[in-house]
Each structure stands twice: as structure tokens, then as C-alpha cells.
Design a protein. Sequence first.
Length: 312
Amino acid sequence: MKDETRYADALEYADKVVTSARHELNPDYAQIFINHSQDINESGECIWEIGMYGNKIGTVDLAGSVGVENGILCRDESIGYSGGPMKASKRLYDSYGEGDLRKDWNVAPYYYNVVEETKVNEETQETEVVQVTKKVMFSATQIYNRNPGKWRREYETGQKARLFNSTNFPVIRYSDVLLMKAEAENAVNGPTDEAYDAINQVRRRAYGKPVHTADATVDLPADLAKTDFLEEVKKERFRELCFEGQRKLDLLRWGEYVATMKAFGTEISTTAPSEFKYASRVGQNTTDRNVLFPIPNTEITVNKLMTQNEGW
């Protein structure tokens, strides 16, 4: 971890992907994840995905739960069920700038709930009250209530199952490669034009701008120091790749995991409403031992030269 000698290798392989001309950013950030929900394979942006198939209705058992465990609260199975157990953080919500289209996509501004409506019965012409499931918008202060919104089951096509679907999960997207390119280029050669171009493509797409056209309203300042440029890459990875399984690995390789989790726990305890303060335990429970996984005892038993990782 934090082996900065490998930046040259990372740059070499990121360049191979960029110069291959086989990949390009989808101009619409939200469409990436709508495509996942609709079983549309888009290799331009999504380089490698974990494939799911079916929804466990019938004999096919290759389904997943993307958008179920990490989806928008909805009890109506015709829309797409999710208990909404996962919540977004205020830290993530506040990280997006004004006009960043990823904000309300990644942190859903609504949930689904049953509401009562008055309607006129067409046969009897009598007024009656009916229950319908509708989107309910969160208030400006309800930040911790919000769910991840990346994969929205309302976009799924075909027969829906309560807990399973065929939505793929991305492992490597082209925006990830561009941010790798920006980080590695900066580490090896400093904040060059190539480094700026890579990160600014991601930023322009986030604000709905043409990705290959310079735009002073969203591009990074051109005079950043090397350390400041790296900090911008870290922030951009946080905003762009949230809920895609990258964050912990990034913090580990930057040597920032434990300190970040401690600070995050403190932040939750001081800013979250009382019903969400329990989540501050993530900081209390994170220690240096969590940097590495434990080695299974079965491996230590057969290899007497192996010692358990510290803390386990």
C-alpha cells in the first residue's frame, strides 16, 4: 500500500486504454446506470462489469441485488422494491458543487411512499379516496435520510422480482481510467496538460458540458501545485465513483483510511440527527488492524513461517 513506485506502471496502462480509441465517456452520467438497470451493455464507458442474469424467477440463478440493497426506498414491487437500508452521507452530498448533475443522481432527492388521493369514480361519479405510491421529495435538511440513487429500479424493464434483478455492477469505468491517468501523470510528471485534460473530461461531463471542450466554469485552475492537484483527484474520485466499491481501496493506497474513518465518525456524531448518530461507530470501530484482512487460520496452520497480521 502507498507504493508510489507503481505510479509509472499505472500511467503506462492507463495510457494504453486512453490511446486505444475504444472508449469514451457517456455524455450523460445518469444514463450509465440506467443502461445497467435496462440490461444495455455499453462498452464505451463500462470497460468491465460483474454480469448478472435473471431475477431468480424460474430456473436461472445468476441474479444480483444492485438497486435493492443500495437503492431508493420503495415498497411497491411494480416500481421496484428496496427497503432503502443504505444511506448516503452528508459529506458526499456536500462535496458536489452547484450545478454538478451527479449530486441528485448519486444522492436521491426522493423516496417512494403510499399517499392518499381523492378521485372521482368513473362508474358511480362518487368521490373516493385511494392509496397510490408516489415520489416524495426530501426537505433541504433531510440529508441523512437519503438513499444512493445510482441504480433506480423504476428503470428496470421486464418482470420484476422483489429482491433480485439482472442489473450489472461496474468494476472499471472509463472515468475511473481517466482519473487514474490524471493521478499517475501528476505523480510521475507533475500536473501536465495531459493530467488536466483527463480530470477535466470527468468534471465537464459532471456539469453537462462537452467533454473535449475547455470550459473555465468547471475546469480546474491551471496553476495548481502537484500536491493540490492530487487532492483534487481524490475529491473527484469520491464524487464520481461513490457506491462502486472504490473508496476504501483508494483510502488504503493513499495511506488515509484510518484517519479518514475516524474523522468521518466524528462528523456524523456532530452533524447527524439523533436517529442516525449510531453510524458514527464506523469511526470508533476502525483501527490500524483494519488496514489488512486477517490471514485464515487454515493458512497459518499449514505454513509455520507465516504470522498473523497485526491486531488479529
